[in-house]
Design a protein around this ligand. Structure first.
Ligand SMILES: Cc1cc2nc3c(=O)[nH]c(=O)nc-3n(C[C@H](O)[C@H](O)[C@H](O)COP(=O)(O)OP(=O)(O)OC[C@H]3O[C@@H](n4cnc5c(N)ncnc54)[C@H](O)[C@@H]3O)c2cc1C
Length: 279
């Protein structure tokens, strides 16, 4: 296989390196100063919006998304060297380019498995960088690295699903801009096929019964720039059945698709390894 950068990658690399020098690195100290003056450590420094506007203007936007209809349509081979460059300023650059976890994986899920209404309501504002999102799978009571263990219940009641469960290490949830959760739970806990028991539903943050309970430390620190990692409780939270992503029983397969490469951008973006997990 030829790993040499092709013409498009070279062009984007040059553009991105200039963007980093002219905009991102000079913004680092400004962002720190602004952050110190904010009312909450979970708010985003205003300069990030300026960086986003400039990145978008320059076409350095949604580079992570291989789907050409919604994103830049780059292959992994084209995107990886760009992610490596954004990793030189991990607090600012991935967000500036709308290429930050966990939104990246969540946007991929919506682009790949969401229906038209879900894409309009949630993918479009995510692609525009107007909101953030979270992916809620891990649970304190079970070994969550095996998704068949997940215990959160997604029970059908008429035209609604009722979600009950407790999640933790949910990246990004402390950021008030995080407006939507993709929640993994079980719709058929007794089903014979343990990989068809799970489903994924979209749960808006403002749904009654959703509580972002507390920020958690990971490796000894709270990740203020990226919305932290939170414990989130779903106490009989109700959403319309149309919030199901894909089909009932399809959650495990979607998780495999989403998580299969989720840590790859992290590994590249953050060589210090400060952000593993369900990116
Ligand atoms: C920075 C960070 C961000 C994260 N972000 C998110 C997020 O946004 N959303 C989310 O849902 N989660 C998130 N997580 C949680 C993370 O993905 C989980 O911690 C991970 O999937 C492992 O699950 P667990 O913690 O339950 O560990 P476990 O599943 O309990 O595993 C712990 C260890 O035990 C081993 N093990 C498990 N089962 C067995 C067995 N049967 N036999 C032998 N060994 C076993 C595992 O291999 C592992 O080494 C994040 C974690 C970190 C560190």
């Amino acid at each position: 296989m030829d790993f040499a950068f092709d013409a498009r990658t070279e062009e984007l690399r040059a553009k991105l390196l200039a963007f980093m020098d002219e905009h991102v690195h000079p913004a680092e100290a400004v962002a720190e100063r602004q952050r110190a003056a904010l009312d909450s450590p979970w708010l985003t420094p205003p300069i990030v919006e300026e960086l986003k506007a400039e990145a978008r203007r320059q076409g350095l936007w949604n580079l992570f998304l291989p789907d050409a209809e919604y994103g830049a349509g780059l292959t992994n081979l084209q995107y990886a060297p760009l992610a490596e460059i954004t990793g030189r300023s991990p607090q600012l650059a991935p967000t500036a380019l709308n290429c930050a976890a966990p939104d990246t994986g969540n946007m991929e899920v919506l682009a790949q498995f969401g229906d038209e209404r879900q894409r309009k309501q949630w993918l479009e504002p995510l692609l525009a960088g107007e909101i953030r999102s979270a992916f809620a799978m891990t649970e304190p009571e079970v070994a969550s690295s095996d998704a068949t263990n997940i215990e959160t219940r997604i029970e059908r009641d008429g035209d609604e699903y009722v979600i009950t469960g407790r999640k933790w290490y949910i990246s990004g949830a402390m950021n008030p801009d995080c407006k939507i959760f993709i929640v993994m739970g079980k719709t058929d806990p007794e089903g014979a096929d343990v990989r068809r028991q799970q489903s994924m539903v979209l749960v808006p943050r403002d749904t009654p019964g959703v509580e972002v309970r507390r920020a958690m430390r990971v490796y000894g620190y709270e990740d203020h720039y990226h919305g932290g990692h939170a414990e989130v409780v779903f106490d009989r939270a109700r959403v319309p059945v149309s919030n199901l992503i894909g089909e009932e029983g399809g959650g495990f397969a979607i998780a495999q698709a989403r998580l299969g490469h989720a840590d790859q951008p992290h590994a590249v973006v953050d060589p210090a390894g400060a952000e593993p997990g369900l990116g």
